[in-house]
Design a protein around this ligand. Structure first.
Ligand code: ADP
Ligand code: MG
Length: 611
């Protein structure tokens, strides 16, 4: 048989790739504006005709391109933004794949006029169907102008697939708003069918948000500012009364790039728990900055999805930062969508003792309706006790360190003894990679990190099973797991519950299961297959305890996914663990009955010394 594999001609390869990058006129707008930003422009103008089906034009005053670069820019994988694989870990530009212009040129008629600042004269290129049909010198402003006409002229199926003008225009405006919000220092304007739609002179974040979302939001914005060793969070969230029943004004930017993340949306939403009803969407424009080496933006060609190395920590930082800000700004909840949520007195900040305690303040001022679980009620009580303890000290100004970590630990031990008073704000310390030492007034606590984390996960799991609210972190590629007969049968039985915990597992038949995702927040700990294997083994070994299915699964997953003894932990991770442990209903025992906390008081220690 003759050889049958042939390389696709470039124009066809580009057309196929274009399908991924360019779905509609809005995708062209996004790519062209992002290129203008990467070219360090201070002014960017977008001109649209016929919702982008007739014309998309982007004019910038950036650095422009030379003759060779102008021609090269339409080649596939031609980019000036990365040079070697290692650069992928320090991306600070919007583009880096070198695919956008090649894709656009494959499916539209493109005109490019560009001139570098130091040049007298520029150049003009015409490109269609991936071929440069003309290149000549021409008079031009410094900067670059791209015109894209007859989008999908050679892919009729795609052209037909485009929606009505208002719908396509709406998508364009969405893309425009996102880049404009990410770069308030750049002067943006937008015209549609010769009418000016936006005129946004260079300004600051707040002014930009107001010019885009409307004047009425100005006095509803609460600033967020949180700088930690792994993430810087800034921007604005809306006061609870600015929440709407419809989605739309939610923006998250990571390193100036708009991203989608259900996981982070959830973190933000959860900071509003009890302040707005479940169905409402708070307003936010949150700017997150992380070390580019610690994120992966290479996940999706359109680059709106992102993976964080430390997603669990970032989740918590965001949540706490927002809770803190809402508390700090005396946000008294008034929103009522007709639901039975009752709110109490506004918050008195004189009682505030730093971030974590602001959380208590929020809780403390909320008058829970009848719908709350005993779990929440008992926690509320615990917070109140802690809070009492703190009032006694209210003359003392907390130090900066205390502000960043003041956690109370007045909880009852199993034998009814009270672990006294407040932790002093000293950073926790890990001993033998196994125990966390945490100061309290009367001495210190030793926390068994594994037992504590099992308790935290166990209660989270039980809560997810009853609320069905656990988020899933999708795997890039589904993993397969093959089980023996007995385990496969068990797996089939418990699959719906396992999925309710945030897994996304599919029975593929013949004892094989496909893992599409695992619960968000567990991704850092281990890979999906080994987590799943441990979960089943644990479930099987728990069967003799005759627990109910939910109890068994919650316990098994907690034991499988928990941080193990022997694992080094960062200070921030330890703080988070302590925070979460004390939010548990039963913090002192692991689900398997092991102690989580041992208290050492100074008196006992002293006795040891004087013998
Ligand atoms: P990428 O942005 O991923 O590098 P593109 O296909 O979008 O890939 O662009 C290819 C190259 O063309 C860019 O790397 C850049 O060097 C150049 N380029 C594109 N648009 C502009 C612009 N508006 N001003 C200056 N250079 C540009
Ligand atoms: Mg680009």
């Amino acid at each position: 048989m003759p050889d049958i594999i042939q390389l696709l001609p470039d124009n066809i390869a580009n057309q196929i790739a274009a399908g991924e990058v360019i779905q509609r006129p809005a995708s062209v707008v996004k790519e062209l504006i992002e290129n203008a930003i990467d070219a360090e422009s201070s002014e960017i103008k977008l001109i649209i005709k016929g919702a982008g089906k007739t014309l998309i034009q982007v004019i910038d005053n950036g650095k422009g391109m030379s003759d060779t670069d102008a021609r090269m820019s339409f080649e596939r994988h031609a980019t000036s933004k990365i040079k070697k694989a290692a650069d992928l870990f320090s991306i600070t530009t919007k583009g880096f794949r070198g695919e956008a212009l090649a894709s656009i040129a494959a499916i539209a008629h493109v005109e490019l006029v560009t001139k570098m600042h130091e040049e007298e004269i520029g150049r003009k290129l015409l490109v269609s169907g991936s071929k440069v049909t003309k290149q000549e010198p021409c008079q031009a402003q410094s900067g670059t102008m791209f015109s894209v006409k007859n989008l999908f002229f050679n892919v009729p199926a795609r052209r037909k697939f485009l929606k009505s003008d208002p719908v396509e225009l709406k998508h364009i405006i969405e893309e425009f708003k996102r880049v404009a919000l990410a770069h308030p220092d750049i002067f943006f304007s937008m015209y549609h069918n010769d009418q000016e739609v936006y005129h946004l002179p260079s300004s600051n974040y707040r002014q930009r948000i107001v010019s885009i979302l409307g004047k009425q939001v100005n006095d509803k914005l609460v600033p967020i500012e949180e700088d930690t060793e792994i993430v810087k969070i800034s921007g604005f969230v809306g006061k609870p009364e600015a929440a709407k029943k419809t989605k739309g004004d939610q923006f998250i930017f990571v390193n100036d790039r708009y991203i989608r993340s259900n996981y982070l949306n959830h973190a933000i939403k959860s900071a509003y728990e009890d302040l707005i009803v479940k169905e409402a969407y708070p307003l936010y424009a949150l700017y997150i900055n992380v070390d580019p080496a610690k994120i992966d933006i290479n996940v999706h060609p359109t680059k709106t999805e992102i993976k964080f190395e430390e997603d669990r920590l970032i989740y918590n930082y965001i949540r706490v930062a927002i809770k803190h800000a809402l508390g700090h700004y005396n946000v008294s909840p008034t929103l009522d969508f007709g639901a039975n949520t009752n709110f109490g007195n506004p918050i008195d900040n004189s009682k505030s003792y730093g971030k974590i305690n602001d959380e208590y303040n929020l809780k403390e001022n909320i008058n829970y309706g009848t719908g709350k679980s005993s779990f929440e009620k008992s926690n509320l009580k615990a917070w109140e006790q802690i809070y009492d303890g703190m009032q006694n000290q209210s003359d003392e100004q907390p130090t900066e360190e205390q502000q960043s970590f003041t956690i109370a630990s007045k909880i009852s031990t199993e034998d009814g003894q009270e672990i006294s008073k407040i932790e002093e704000g000293k950073a926790p310390y890990q001993i033998h990679n196994t125990y966390i030492l945490s100061h309290i007034k009367s001495g210190f606590l030793l926390i068994d990190q594994q037992a504590a984390h099992e308790r935290i996960l166990y209660e989270q799991n039980l809560a997810s099973l009853s609320s069905h609210q656990r988020l899933t972190q999708k795997e890039l590629f589904p993993r397969t797991i093959e089980l023996d007969n007995a385990k496969a049968t068990i797996m089939q039985n418990i699959l719906p519950k396992v999925n309710a915990l945030g897994f996304e597992i599919e029975d593929f038949g013949d004892k094989t299961f496909l893992i599409h995702g695992i619960p968000a927040g567990l991704t850092g700990s281990q890979d999906a297959t080994s987590l799943m294997e441990k979960l089943i083994d644990q479930y099987v070994s728990n069967m003799e305890l005759q627990l109910g299915i939910e109890e068994n699964i919650s316990r098994s997953l907690a034991v499988s996914a928990a941080i193990k003894r022997g694992k080094p932990m960062e200070v921030s991770e330890m703080k988070l663990l302590i925070d979460q442990l004390f939010a548990c209903e039963v913090p002192y025992k692991s689900p398997t009955g092991r102690r989580c906390i041992v208290t050492m008081d100074l008196d006992t220690i002293l006795k040891q010394f004087i013998g």
